[in-house]
Design a protein around this ligand. Structure first.
Ligand code: SF4
Length: 238
């Protein structure tokens, strides 16, 4: 199967599974809010970012307010997101640059977005895809893991830029942004890092990882045992 054929199969299967593709960050259609929330989401769950952002945006509702706020105030508002010192500094600096260099408008080009403090390719691509409907691959941890398992590239490949290049070729441009949203959901529901549910997975008929496991003779019991082990670890750490 060529990468493009695999891309089409994966896109179609995920579309059937999740007819609605959406960004889990509740940014209320405000580009600046998505920029801020995407920065907050590094090493933090979307759920927590949504929660913290409500209070943050009540206190600092736009780029002007954020740029004028003392960094200590921002730190206090986002503390529970982790890495709060560096994130607070970035939020302030990116808001300031947005006003001084971009007339307050969130840029629609990846290269322009990358000039903003704290913005890497993952955030830049999320923004151009979600806000401006442009082709963009967001290589988050779910995407990198699952597309490796599916066989787009070796599972050992973890470099986001190389993954982005492979997927940008394999996935039809107009599908890229939604594909990445769907794959995050799929990673949470079915193809988790520790215990993928291959037996019940609608992608298993063309997934290289599943095929390899079948050849190795992995039994359903082993899969089940893996899941039980994971749940018991979670239970202990809860
Ligand atoms: S078959 Fe297994 S490894 Fe492949 S995508 Fe589905 S859950 Fe993930």
């Amino acid at each position: 199967m060529t990468p493009k054929e695999l891309g089409k199969q994966a896109v179609d299967a995920l579309k059937s599974l999740y007819p609605e593709a959406f960004c889990a960050l509740e940014y209320q259609n405000d580009p600046w809010k998505l920029l801020v929330m995407a920065r907050l989401s590094a090493q933090c769950t979307d759920k927590r970012v949504n929660l913290v952002s409500r209070e943050l945006f009540e206190a600092l509702p736009d780029a002007s307010a954020m740029a004028a706020a003392p960094v200590e105030q921002i730190e206090g508002l986002i503390r529970s997101c982790g890495l709060y010192r560096v994130k607070a500094r970035d939020l302030r600096a990116m808001s300031e640059m947005l006003l001084t260099d971009f007339g307050g408008r969130v840029p629609d080009e990846t290269e322009e977005l990358l000039k903003l403090p704290g913005v890497g390719r993952k955030i830049a691509n999320l923004l151009v895809g979600d806000l401006y409907g442009k082709p963009a691959v967001v290589t988050d941890t779910h995407c990198i893991r699952i597309c490796g398992r599916l066989g787009f590239y070796p599972e050992s490949l973890k470099d986001p830029l190389r993954v982005e290049k492979v997927l940008a070729e394999a996935i039809e441009p107009k599908e890229q942004s939604d594909f990445c949203h769907r794959i995050v959901q799929f990673g949470r529901d079915t193809c988790s890092a520790r215990a993928p549910r291959c037996r019940e997975c609608p992608l298993s008929s063309f997934c290289l990882h599943a095929e390899t496991e079948r050849k190795k003779g992995a039994s359903p019991e082993k899969e089940e045992a893996g899941r039980e082990k994971t749940s018991s670890k979670k239970g202990k750490s809860a």
